[in-house]
Design a binder for this molecule. Sequence first.
Ligand SMILES: C[S@@+](CC[C@H](N)C(=O)[O-])C[C@H]1O[C@@H](n2cnc3c(N)ncnc32)[C@H](O)[C@@H]1O
Length: 428
Amino acid sequence: MNGYIKLARLPVRRYRSHMNETHLEIKELGHRGDGIAFTDEGPVYVAGALPGETIRVRMDGNRADLIEIIVPSPDRVAPVCTHDPASGSCFMQHLAEQPYLVWKRSLVENALRSAGITTEVSETVAATAGGRRRAVFSAARKGRSVVLGYYGRASHDLFDAAGCAVLTPQIERSLAGLKELAALVLPKKGDLRVTVLETTAGLDVALEKAAASYDRQIAALCKKAADLGLARLSVNGEILLEIRPPLLDMGGTGIVPPPGGFTQATVAAEEALAQLVVQGAGKSKWVADLFSGIGTFALRLARVANVHAVEGDAAAIAAFDRALRKPQGLKKVTFERRDLFRRPLVRDELEPFNAVVFDPPRAGAQAQAEQLARSKVKTIVAVSCNPATFARDVKILMEGGYTLKSVTPVDQFQFSPHIEVVGVLMRE
Ligand SMILES: C[S@@+](CC[C@H](N)C(=O)[O-])C[C@H]1O[C@@H](n2cnc3c(N)ncnc32)[C@H](O)[C@@H]1O
């Protein structure tokens, strides 16, 4: 009778999950960073587990929650930050640096293999030194307090970013003040998007999805921004305060990016990618830089070649235009705003260029790759943040007669499953 009462009082979920406990041996690391065990029922994915480990888990369909590590991997290390590893995208803090960089390279190798491309992939360039100078946070009310941070992995739980180990020290130090700033304009529903960019003039902060009534807070927002020593503050696309122009140095050319606009997340990655791009373009006299953003590559390429930059975002092109108005010692630079998904540069338009660089968003550049595959352009440098669409686009180019000369992964989002990649192709 006593036993029955005890059992009846057990929460049903705990009782059930106890029944689902089992042991697994992890054999592989998946592309999202999960350990994979192979069972009679198929593969089982376990977040936080590493190949070679024997673990006790609670099964949940083809996933399992890690309860205990019975035999740890020699590659397991202590996480560098105190946050729950499920917060943000820093899932891979438990893997030592060397096997981590090898895993990152395997993400590119596997994507190429899936597209039927076998090629040597260079070692991953670790480009995380100095920390993330651009970070996008969410801010929302949680009970009585305000949280400024990241969403957990596949969850709606917002984790506070305080103490985040992957940010630049300046951004990390500013988090408490930025939270106070965000609290002034939190929307009633949903969350505030807070983009922070460290520039040579200080932090450039863009708040988006702010409460429509933010007008009433303008004085308080400006005071807070000045107290925090921000270079610039924008709310819902409107620049409220610019104490100093938030300047970035793009290989010797100064540029003020649009509020909240795209930049590479770390200076180290920007420099590594740009170096691979400039090297890849080689001695080409005329280079097209497609999906050029604010000119991260174009401004560096223009030191040695004539450049035509093409970008879809009006604010990015306007910033690029402003940067060009100051004498910079650059070769001839032209630009156009154009939607390259709908209207890629066609074969005849590609004719004048000896080299083409493209760096599209995650969706890739299929339409542009199809045009390039029919072109006579000698050198193509494909830059990507998505190995799957990179492989698809490279395959299109190879089917059009290009030879893949090199593939280099660049790690800018430390501990995450994200990887940048640069491929150089030539028509021989
Ligand atoms: C990954 S970013 C690269 C930007 C730049 N190369 C850099 O490194 O800073 C991709 C760029 O493609 C632009 N973009 C997105 N869709 C586009 C489209 N359909 N046509 C043209 N540009 C587009 C974005 O605005 C963004 O600037």
